[in-house]
Design a protein around this ligand. Sequence first.
Ligand SMILES: [Ca+2]
Ligand SMILES: [Ca+2]
Length: 116
Amino acid sequence: MPRSIAVLTNLHCFATEDDGGTDELYMTANGHRFWPDHGIFSMSNGEDAPNNAPMHLEQIIPPGGSVRIELFDADSPDQDDNLGAVTIREFDAGHGDLTADFTADEAHYRLTYHVE
Ligand SMILES: [Ca+2]
Ligand SMILES: [Ca+2]
């Protein structure tokens, strides 16, 4: 069976969660932190991630399964904020670019992805 891969190609920030105007972000896939490679990535309103290079994050979708992507804003000493989740499935393949919004805690981020 050919395996399906979720490819995340952009994250756009419409509104940060933090009042200061910049969020300290990371993403998890099925509960495992995978982006960025180390630490956090900062974003402000109107920005796309990453700033310097095309985003191309691949996550293998288990056959018949799914990949759950969650976005977090790191806070200290408070607990990190979960900004929302998107579940990507095999049957999303062949539908071209898809988007999903993370909108928890009055934040607004849009993830662009496809399944190949
Ligand atoms: Ca926060
Ligand atoms: Ca923060």
